[in-house]
Design a protein around this ligand. Structure first.
Ligand SMILES: *[C@@H]1O[C@H](CO)[C@@H](O)[C@H](O)[C@H]1NC(C)=O
Length: 134
């Protein structure tokens, strides 16, 4: 587990990027295109096997189950992606400032593939369109 040095309490959209490599378990965390923290020895040499299910916004007490509503994320999530390599800082900044629409090469955000449970609902993500108008 890594404690991410992020601050997300102002009810505005933020871009978060977490990079991790199995090599020495090095990780770094970015908020809005700026690096906020880094560390190592996070699950060093651990591999991520294919064919899994990704649970976003809910802590699980057993693998794929025992969901406790009090351990759920409250807020909005959009444009989640996973890459098989570290993105360059300029690529992360481009995603954060809406000039890039790079999609993950392992997992792309696809509304069709996202299933919602509990009180969650889906709606379209417009934060980047709003930014362009300004
Ligand atoms: C947005 O990101 C791109 C790519 O890194 C960068 O070239 C550009 O200067 C950034 N624009 C702003 C307004 O930060």
């Amino acid at each position: 587990v890594a404690q991410l040095p992020l601050s997300l309490k102002d009810k505005a959209w933020h871009h978060i990027c977490v990079a991790w490599t199995t090599r020495d378990g090095k990780w770094s965390a970015y908020q809005d295109g700026e690096q906020r923290g880094a560390g190592e020895n996070l699950a060093s040499w651990h591999s991520i096997k294919p064919q899994g299910v990704l649970i976003l916004g809910q802590e699980q007490d057993t693998l794929g189950g025992r969901f406790d509503a009090t351990q759920a994320f409250v807020g909005e999530l959009a444009q989640f992606g996973v890459w098989d390599h570290m993105l360059a800082p300029a690529e992360i900044l481009g995603l954060a400032n809406c000039t890039s629409h790079l999609q993950g090469n392992v997992i792309q955000w696809d509304d069709q593939a996202v299933e919602v449970f509990g009180g969650a609902s889906k709606r379209s993500f417009t934060a980047c369109e709003e930014g362009k108008k300004a």
